[in-house]
Design a protein around this ligand. Structure first.
Ligand code: KG4
Ligand code: ZN
Length: 334
């Protein structure tokens, strides 16, 4: 059974609505709030929640229209239940529950990180357990052994900052703007990733990450190089910082591939949109003859199609959330 699901994602600063049938996105629309938050240098929770309220209705109409699906054709409704900003989550989750209630449709709340984890299914039929997935976003960085859908072994995670957070903080240090990941990605164009040897943290812990020390070493390096007048070109510094983050993400992910013997490796979360990371993923997978399942960048960053594919999966397995379900800002993948 391939249920047709209307899905909502409002955990942070994107209001996103999609219609998904089974593993196929029939529509996937979003309204980004990046410009609203950019002048504050980060996401302002109250501003995010209000902006979700303003755009969710029209985006729902747009998603249904683009999919050519009438509400009467829907089999269920899904929404992100957590983790995320509580006010932001409440908008999508409440709107979804109310719509489901009014239409007498089953509703299922979806873990945002499981959404990222299932996003590759929208484009790769053979992304199936057992698999390794790297999830790296603004709030999370983890390597997951997907033993089965719903049976996730988190092999490692960050002990301080998430990879996306590191990109955002380091881009701010370099004056590149917000959000920092795409800015660092662009600034590194033509740069030499080996120009500056920034440290790679936690070499002795196979699957855990630590990114907070990188900021200190970048700030120290830039101050020193500026004083002595030998600061390399911006592209070289950006490419070297990016490499320090990408290197550990890729090496540890493929160590997990080697140790588990997984034949497919995927990923999700905004950091997986990074061009250097995608290139390194392809190289490492080629060496081992394993398949890479990295969805297009728009499906790596926050979107509702990923919530729809997870929603369709769980609804077709009979999972339905209680009407009393509440959002859970601190939800963790288990
Ligand atoms: O998954 P996501 O869209 O939202 C969260 O759930 O957090 O991830 C956002 C994060 C931000 O930290 C952003 O800087 C980072 O993903 N990001 C990138 C790139 N695009 C987005 N990091 C590196 N390179 C990119 N191209
Ligand atoms: Zn996300």
């Amino acid at each position: 059974m391939n249920p047709t699901v209307l899905a909502f994602e409002t955990s942070c600063d994107e209001t996103a609505v999609a219609v998904v049938r089974g593993t196929e996105a029939l529509s996937n629309v979003l309204s980004s709030q990046v410009d609203l938050h950019a002048r504050f240098g980060g996401v302002v929770p109250e501003v995010a929640a209000r902006a979700h309220v303003e755009s969710i209705r029209s985006l729902t109409h747009q998603a249904l229209n683009e999919a050519g699906v009438h509400p009467a054709d829907l089999d269920g409704i899904a929404a992100t239940v957590g983790p995320g900003l509580v006010g932001a989550l409440l908008v999508g989750h409440s709107f979804a529950k109310a719509t489901a209630w009014a239409r007498q449709l089953p509703f299922v709340g979806i873990d945002h990180m499981e959404g990222h984890l299932m996003a590759p299914r929208l484009q790769f039929d053979d992304f199936a357990p057992p698999a390794i997935a790297l999830l790296a976003s603004g709030g999370h960085s983890q390597i997951v052994h997907v033993r089965d859908w719903g049976d996730y072994e988190v092999l490692g995670h960050t002990i301080d900052d998430a990879a996306g957070e590191a990109f955002d903080k380091l881009a701010r240090v370099m004056g590149l703007g917000f959000p920092g990941g795409p800015a660092m990605d662009a600034a590194s164009d033509g740069g030499d990733p080996a120009a500056v040897a920034f440290p790679r943290a936690l070499p002795d812990r196979p699957f855990h990450f630590s990114f907070s020390g990188l900021k200190t070493s970048v700030v120290t390096y830039i101050n020193k190089a500026q004083k002595s007048g030998d600061l390399p070109p911006l592209a070289d510094v950006a490419a070297s910082i990016q490499e320090a983050i990408v290197d550990v993400l890729v090496n540890k992910t493929f160590k997990a591939v080697d140790e588990t013997g997984a034949r497919v490796v995927g990923g999700g979360g905004g950091v997986l949109a990074n061009r250097r990371l995608r290139h390194r993923f392809a190289e490492e997978a080629d060496k081992r003859g394993v398949q890479v399942a990295l969805p297009d960048p728009v499906l790596c960053t926050d979107n509702a199609a990923m919530i729809g594919v997870a929603g369709a999966h769980w609804l077709s397995h009979g999972r339905i959330s209680d009407w009393a379900e509440n959002v859970d800002p601190g939800l963790a993948l288990t």
